[in-house]
Ligand binder design. Structure first.
Ligand SMILES: NC(=O)NCCC[C@H](N)C(=O)O
Length: 258
């Protein structure tokens, strides 16, 4: 069976102080956040993913959103440099974790900024959101890191949401899904399917027809079921208050050649 690992990081006790940019701040319950994070990990494990915990970063309120710290393409890990200065310290334990898993490690350097949440891979196409967290130098550095490995990097403007993947992700057949009011140019994607809820735009592909998604998007779950998929729903309300979604709580590493 091909290896399927997911890197995760437990929420900081200071998770309630996480950044908010496009939403009103609401009170986050740290104990509930921890319980939801545990259930998220359980859901991954229940569907055949081995979870690997990166060193906790208790002094980083947003550390649980580990997706933003690193982008994987084949065996290469590109360590991000967040557009939010306060999040840059989160990368330390992640560098170590991916190196231990046998990845070769590259870095985004100043003046580049890039958040992993801005990177959506669909086969060998790597969409990158140019927005509040990822700048032009970050896009160039992503191209330089991954195009020699066979990636085709496509830059997409992002201004209505925090990250590209706050607006769009993709189904197993490569169809890009998104909540239309938040997607600037759906025509940039060869196949685009609108979903009826903002939180429905985020899926993690668990393998086969299984899609991990937020419990807060029941109409979209129905749509996916109707299309022959199997939604696996998790409650991530505390992370949603901080503009997080299902994708940002893990980094999936498939078939590493170790
Ligand atoms: N990839 C993601 O969607 N990350 C969510 C990050 C949320 C965090 N509060 C932030 O503003 O950076």
């Amino acid at each position: 069976m091909p290896s399927r690992r997911a890197l995760i990081r437990r929420p900081s006790p200071r998770v309630a102080d996480g950044l908010v940019t496009h939403v009103e701040r609401r009170t986050v319950d740290p104990a509930l956040a921890l319980a939801q994070w545990r259930a998220y990990g359980e859901a991954l494990r229940a569907h055949g993913w081995e979870t690997v915990e990166a060193e906790p970063a208790d002094d980083c309120p947003d550390g649980v959103f580990i997706e933003d710290t690193v982008v994987m393409f084949r065996n290469v890990a590109l360590i991000a440099r967040s557009g939010a200065e306060t999040r840059r310290r989160e990368t330390a334990g992640v560098e170590e974790a991916v190196a231990r898993l046998g990845c070769s490690v590259n870095w985004v350097w100043e003046p580049g900024t890039l958040d992993g949440g801005d990177v959506l891979k669909v086969g060998d196409t790597v969409y990158v959101g140019r927005g509040g967290r990822t700048n032009a130098a970050g896009v160039q550095q992503l191209r330089a890191a991954f195009e020699p490995l066979g990636a085709r990097v496509v830059a997409v403007p992002v201004s209505r949401v925090l990250h590209l993947k706050s607006a769009v992700t993709a189904l197993p057949d490569g169809t890009v899904i998104g909540y239309e009011p938040l997607v600037e140019q759906p025509s940039l994607f060869p196949r685009f399917l609108p979903v009826p809820e903002e939180a429905g735009a985020h899926v993690v592909l668990l393998g086969g027809a299984k899609l991990l998604m937020a419990a807060s998007a029941p109409k979209t779950a129905e749509l996916f079921t109707d299309l022959g998929y199997e939604p696996v729903q998790v409650d991530i309300s505390e992370f949603e208050k901080l503009e997080g979604c299902v994708t940002c709580l893990s980094v999936r590493l498939r078939d590493l050649h170790t």
